[in-house]
Design a binder for this molecule. Structure first.
Ligand SMILES: *Cc1c(COP(=O)(O)O)cnc(C)c1O
Length: 502
């Protein structure tokens, strides 16, 4: 299997190359040239396997230039019971809510308590092997733009990994206090963390620009270094996410909630469009799906896109209680457009150029039709997010974080609008303790004014009895190591000087 750039069909690389590079030199994203097709017989086999064995099967169908041993090594190191609390890193919890069964796919049992761990615990292993295959002796510099959760998950995944350096940029006022504290307390000798004066889109644009600035690339090359990405623009981030949707489908069958072949709906709280795209790829492989429900917060650029075919980022950026979804440029949509355009690189490039220059594009009638057939888009306000947390807690005794609440709220509206009672899997993307202030405010029904993060955590624990995740508890007494704040314009310089190159 080869991987092509969404902006240049002539650019075709191996999976190791795609993972090592992160993004194509032309600015496009790498997409597999075909999707493996799983029929009922394949699913029969998968049903009998555990999570790790399912992961090995799926990864080996995409990473055809890796040996079975290499893949097994990556998977077995990543998804341990020690790191994820059990042998199933992605358990489904059934919750009875307003007479509907919600199948909540908890993706946050990893070391940083957000779903990003599902990919970022394995990416470093995939990347170091990819580097050995493609970039003899070169050291990878991982640049990350984060709205909070990716940063910490990438730092945890890459800290002290041989032949890598990692630098994380986050919007100084755009992450939760717990997220900031988690990042700034990371250990390891190859890590850097820096706040930028701007929002997540500024950080992401800054990183993308550095990746394609020849002067910076050349300077790295001369010193035996190369850039790579741990953001969901990297294929090595998306692929592990396909696994948990396929695995969730199998778990639904094994639990007797559906029969093999039955369709499910999947609800995903969405920001950069990576998580929901992985669900679409699982569908492309033959997993039976009825609708993919894309849930946004007040930054509802994707809701508008799905309903109108027009993507327009010219709007106010709103800072919400679900900061990991505060995004106006959803990078991974590019991959969907490329595939839905019939792998038309020129058409994809046209949309992306329009987005850059005018902040807006309208897709073809053709793409629009497929998007509306497969996806449903909805969003929810700040009050609705908090009301949903309170209602789910009071009615169903389930405590969820702000992002998961957005998904539950949008799904609830979808149900009342459509009456579509296809069994639904809802992706739960973070532990409620990562966003304690908002969650506790919702549960207590009034604004929490306390400023001490761990005082809030303790109050939430007292009130709800829900255990504080061990990795968060561990940061309680740690001191911050990082405190840099810079202008987005200074990012290239910051990278070069962090690496000792200028
Ligand atoms: C990253 C993140 C999201 C958004 O996922 P995308 O893949 O960017 O769409 C949602 N919730 C949480 C908690 C996240 O960390």
């Amino acid at each position: 299997m080869m991987y092509t750039s969404t902006q240049n069909n002539n650019e075709s690389v191996s999976s190791a190359q795609a993972i090592a590079q992160g993004i194509s030199r032309d600015g496009g994203l790498f997409v597999p040239d075909t999707f493996p097709k799983y029929d009922g017989v394949t699913f029969e086999t998968l049903l009998k396997l555990d999570y790790r064995e399912r992961a090995k099967k799926i990864l080996s169908d995409y990473l055809t230039d890796f040996t079975a041993e290499e893949i097994a090594d990556c998977v077995d190191k990543a998804y341990t019971a020690e790191k994820f609390g059990s042998d199933n890193p992605a358990p489904i919890v059934s919750v009875d809510y307003k007479n509907t069964e919600l199948n909540i796919l908890e993706l946050w049992h990893g070391p940083t308590c957000a779903f990003k761990d599902m990919a970022l615990q394995i990416l470093p292993h995939l990347l170091t092997k990819s580097l050995k295959k493609t970039a003899d002796g070169k050291k990878a510099v991982i640049l990350v733009a984060t709205s909070g959760d990716t940063g910490k998950a990438a730092l945890e995944g890459f800290k002290d990994v041989e032949n890598t350096e990692i630098i994380v940029f986050y919007p100084s006022d755009g992450v939760s206090p717990m997220q900031k504290h988690q990042m700034n307390t990371t250990g390891g000798n190859n890590v850097g963390v820096c706040a930028i004066k701007g929002n997540f889109d500024d950080a992401q644009t800054g990183v993308k620009n550095i990746f394609t600035t020849d002067e910076v690339i050349d300077s790295l090359e001369k010193n035996g270094l190369m850039f790579s990405s741990a953001n969901s623009i990297n294929w090595g981030r998306l692929l592990p996410q396909i696994v948990y949707y396929v695995s969730a489908y199998c778990d639904m069958v094994n639990a007797g909630k559906i029969k093999l072949g039955d369709k499910i709906n999947i609800v995903v709280p969405t920001g950069n469009f990576g998580n929901i795209l992985a669900a679409y790829f699982a569908y492309s492989m033959g997993m039976p799906v009825n609708k993919l429900i894309c849930a946004s917060n007040s930054n509802n650029v994707l809701t508008d896109f799905i309903n109108s075919g027009v993507y327009n980022k010219n709007r106010d950026f709103i800072t919400t209680v679900s900061p990991s979804m505060d995004i106006l440029v959803s990078s991974n949509l590019e991959r969907l457009l490329y595939i839905l355009s019939g792998r038309n690189d020129a058409e994809t490039k046209k949309y992306m150029t329009a987005l850059k220059t005018q902040g807006e594009y309208a897709v073809s009638e053709n793409i629009k039709n497929v998007v509306t057939e497969m996806f449903s888009g909805g969003y929810c306000s700040e009050d609705e997010t908090l009301d949903t947390i309170a209602s789910l807690y009071e009615n169903s005794n389930y405590l969820c974080d702000t992002h998961t609440a957005v998904a539950v709220n949008v799904y609830d509206k979808y149900l009342s609008e459509t009456g579509d009672n296809t069994p639904a899997v809802i992706a739960s993307t973070a532990s409620p303790y990562k966003f304690s202030r908002a969650v506790l405010s919702a549960v207590e029904g009034q604004e929490v004014t306390d400023t001490d993060e761990f005082a809030i955590v303790d109050r939430m624990n007292d009130k709800t009895g829900v255990a504080i995740p061990a990795p968060l508890e561990a940061t309680r007494t740690m001191d911050d190591r990082f405190s840099d704040v810079i202008d987005p314009a200074d990012m290239p310089q910051y990278v070069l000087s962090s690496l000792g190159l200028k």
